[in-house]
Every structure is written in C-alpha cells, then in structure tokens.
Design a protein around this ligand. Structure first.
Ligand code: GGG
Length: 356
C-alpha cells in the first residue's frame, strides 16, 4: 500500500520522538512492502516562531489531504507570556477541531517487565488493560468566552456541550466496549454539573442500544481514586474532554511512565491523528533522553486504525515488548538493572527487534 503521512513534530522533545517513529515506520514499510511518504508541517510554538501562528493554514490543508497524521508534542515556557491565541496548545486544540477528531482513544496497557517501575507496584495488576475514551472537541477547552476581566482579577471559562457531541462519543465508547470485555464506566460530575447530568441521561438512553454492554456511572473524583486503587475493575472508561485529559495522565502510573502512553484521535471516518499522551518536556528537549515509546506505539495505533495494518502494528508492539523484556529502558522508566538508553538507542533497539 502507498500511504501519505503528515508529521507534526511541534515543540520540545516532539522533534526527537517524531524522528524515532518515522524511522520505525519506514522500517516496517520496508519489511511489509509498503511505501510511506512523509511530509513535515509546523504546529505549536514551532509554528508561532516560524509563521506567527500556532496552526498555519498550510498545516490544516496538508492534514486534510493526508492518510494519517503523527504529532509529537506542543508547548513550553518560551511561549508562556503569549496572548491566548498565540499559545502552542491553541494549535493542538485547533487541529483536532478543524478535522473534527472528536474521539480520543487512550489505551492504558501494562508491559509486564515495567511493572516494578511503577510507584504503585503493590496495587497494579500484571496485565492492566483499560481503554480511556475521551471527548476531544468540546467542553471547557473550547467554550467561549474564555478570558480575563477586571484587569485580570476575574477569569471566565465556559463549558458548552451539544447533545450530539455527547451522543457520538458515548456511542463510540459503547462500540469499543462491545469489542473488548463488554463493560463501560461512564465518568462525570453529575452531582454538581448540568453538563454531566445531560451526559448521564444520554448514557442511560444509549445503553438500550447495547444490551451486551454492562454500564456503571462513576463520579470523577471517585474514578480518580479507583483508577489507582482498583484498576482491574475498568474495561472502557468514557468521559468528557477535561476529565479525560486528567484521568488518562493519572492512569499512566499503571504502566510505569507517562512516556509509554500512545493515543489516537479519530472521527467516524476520515483522517486520524496519533500522538503520545505526554507533552513536550522542554526541560529534556535535545538531550536524547526522552522516551520515544509512547510515540512509536502511537505509530502502531496509526497502522492499525487508519491503515488496517494489523500485522504491521503488532510487529512494532512486539518489538517494544521485547526491548523492555531485555531491560532496555529510558530514564523515566526508573528500572533497576537492564540497560538505560537514550532516545536514539531506544529507537535503534526497537528497529533491531522488529520481526515480520
Ligand atoms: N502530545 C500531547 C501534547 O502535546 N500535549 C500537550 C497539551 O497541550 N495537552 C492538552 C491536551 O491534550 O488536550
């Protein structure tokens, strides 16, 4: 197959890890007889510096015409003082919105050889396997007004959701649960928020369409606690934008490091965007110490979800598992023993362990 991929390295460690993923993808293309053409475009702080806006039109156009998009990370203290429309994160939120990528799938899958690296190793399960389905294009990250008033002493953010925005993500979560262990946990704050009460009503309506899926509701504060204390009760967890952002970062402790988590941002059809859950880690940018595995695993998700290349995706995931089993680890994984390696060496290890 011939596929065209847009690379959006972004800021901080984004460039290093995007290069790693691109190399792995080219190796997989060679192994399986595909041709992947790749084109780089600017986003985030990188785009602000070079073009004056976090999301240039050329980036949106290229993404619209691509078969899939791989994004590194955006943000950094360099742009902290910028006005709201000149912040790197505006580029990330903007591309998700422009492409209507409303469903963010964040698989939380443990690698057995990393379990001892987690600060919660006493409570986690050997084979943690949770899918967090996060609504990605609505809620408080997008509502207007979002501004300062009274000389900056009063702030307003706005949480808006349309019923349809909730319905489509809840449907996606039910469909995902049906393909997994058949259990859906819907997370909200229905004791306080009107938006959560509508969310809960919709889940109740929808559950009649999915009789093979068991459903429970959980308040977000309880979910935050139980993700850590009883993670094995969860199969698919669905929630709105901000709750999903926070809970999925929290859930990363189950895998040993935020650096391990991939994500897919998709719509019902059309192009998908794949990125690691972690941010730009500006403190280690350019140091060759960033963990590239969240990004490499995002490339595997891309092969599976956007291109239907199951064997190719599995070959990457197998290689990552093999590398970790052999003790290769980046500094964030905090393992005792084995070989601590940098971004480049970890990428090379993954390349070396690829099998068809
Ligand atoms: N690769 C993820 C990334 O760059 N995260 C930074 C960020 O702005 N996150 C907010 C979000 O994912 O909504």
């Amino acid at each position: 197959m011939n596929k065209h991929i847009v690379l959006l390295p972004g800021d901080g460690v984004g460039r290093e890890i995007t290069e790693s993923a691109a190399e792995v993808l080219q190796a997989v293309a060679g192994d399986f007889g595909h041709t992947f053409t790749m084109e780089e475009q600017a986003i985030g702080g990188d785009a602000i510096d070079n073009v004056g806006t976090p999301l240039p039109d050329a980036t949106i156009d290229a993404c619209r015409n691509a078969d899939a998009i791989l994004l590194g990370a955006v943000g950094g203290p360099k742009w902290d003082g910028m006005s709201a429309d000149k912040r790197p994160e505006k580029g990330l939120l903007g591309i998700r919105k422009a492409l209507e990528l409303f469903a963010n799938l964040r698989p939380i899958k443990g690698f057995p050889s990393l379990l001892h690296a987690s600060p919660l190793k006493e409570t986690i399960i050997e084979d943690s396997d949770i899918l967090i389905v996060r609504e990605l294009t609505g809620g408080i990250y997008f509502g207007t007004p979002s501004e300062r008033r009274d000389n900056g002493n009063k702030v307003v953010d706005t949480l808006v959701y349309e019923r349809e925005e909730m319905e489509r993500i809840i449907d996606k979560a039910f469909q995902s649960a049906r393909l997994r262990r058949g259990h859906l946990t819907s997370v909200d704050k229905a004791n306080v928020l009107e938006s959560s009460r509508l969310w809960r009503e919709i889940v109740e309506e929808k559950k009649n369409d999915y009789p093979d899926v068991t459903v429970e509701h959980m308040l977000v504060d309880a979910a935050a606690m139980q993700l850590i204390t009883q993670p094995n009760q969860f199969d698919v967890l669905v929630t709105e934008n901000m709750f999903g952002d926070i809970l999925s970062d929290e859930a990363s402790v189950l895998t040993g490091s935020l650096g391990m988590l991939p994500s897919a941002s998709i719509r019902t059809d059309g192009v998908g965007l794949y990125e690691p859950v972690h941010g730009s880690a500006p403190d280690i940018a350019g140091c060759d110490t960033a963990n590239p595995l969240g990004m490499i695993l995002s490339a595997a998700l891309m092969l599976r979800h956007s291109f239907g290349m199951e064997s190719e995706a599995s070959s990457i995931e197998r290689s990552v598992r093999e590398c970790l089993d052999q003790g290769y680890h980046t500094a964030d994984l905090g393992m005792n023993g084995g070989q601590e390696v940098g971004t480049r060496q970890m990428t090379k290890a993954v390349l070396d362990h690829l099998t068809v």
